[in-house]
Design a protein around this ligand. Structure first.
Ligand code: FE
Length: 206
């Protein structure tokens, strides 16, 4: 397999020179043959570009910070709790929420491929799918976090969770100091995608 040999002079010679062009050609062909409806394709793309993304996960985190009852429900059955907020669908069938505390920080990876809670975070970033992240998040997670700019205190345990097709994890970061009583919208604006993967925390805005 050419992909196993990064030093190969033509490592990607089997890949199309322009994937976007190939996709366009395939789409045209499928539409022409009446196999797909272009409006349906547009709707899917629109959904993933504008409606599904880390803002969904951020809304869940903000609510968990503000509402103790929701927080309990989230850690009891996250799939049900987030479905109730309208977040469900492909790649989000079994969501598990992980609680960051003073004593434990959680980090999510998919060592096999790129499993990810799509309805809550959208499409995974490129680095999440990289061989380096997938291997090192398990082997040397503290080093990986340091490279993301997160130096974890020695007395904080670090647990890496391996996603699968069956379970998708969402990290619930700790609420930063100085944000008690903030609105859900203001809190959600602080929560980044990386904080919900575990490669970052939510810093205090002060
Ligand atoms: Fe995967």
């Amino acid at each position: 397999m050419p992909h196993d040999h990064p030093d190969d002079a033509h490592p990607h010679s089997l890949l199309p020179s322009d994937p976007a062009l190939r996709v366009k050609a395939l789409e045209s062909l499928l539409v022409e043959k009446g196999l797909v409806d272009p409006a349906a394709l547009d709707a899917i793309i629109e959904t993933y570009e504008h409606k599904i993304g880390p803002q969904n996960g951020a809304a869940v985190v903000a609510r968990a910070w503000r509402e103790p009852k929701f927080r309990t429900a989230l850690f009891t059955d996250a799939t049900a709790a987030v479905s109730e907020m309208g977040f469900y669908g492909r790649q989000g069938e079994h969501i598990v929420a992980l609680e960051n505390t003073d004593r434990q920080h959680n980090l999510v990876v998919c060592t096999l491929c790129s499993c990810y809670p799509w309805p809550l975070l959208g499409i995974p970033p490129g680095w999440y799918k990289s061989d380096a992240y997938r291997a090192r998040a398990v082997r040397e997670p503290r080093k990986v976090l340091a490279e993301f700019g997160l130096e974890l205190a020695r007395d904080v345990a670090l647990k890496t969770w391996d996603s699968t097709a069956e379970i998708r994890y969402l990290v619930i970061p700790q609420q930063p100091a100085g944000t008690q009583g903030w609105s859900a919208e203001a809190l959600a604006a602080l929560v980044t995608r990386d904080a919900m993967i575990g490669t970052a925390i939510v810093p205090s805005p002060a």
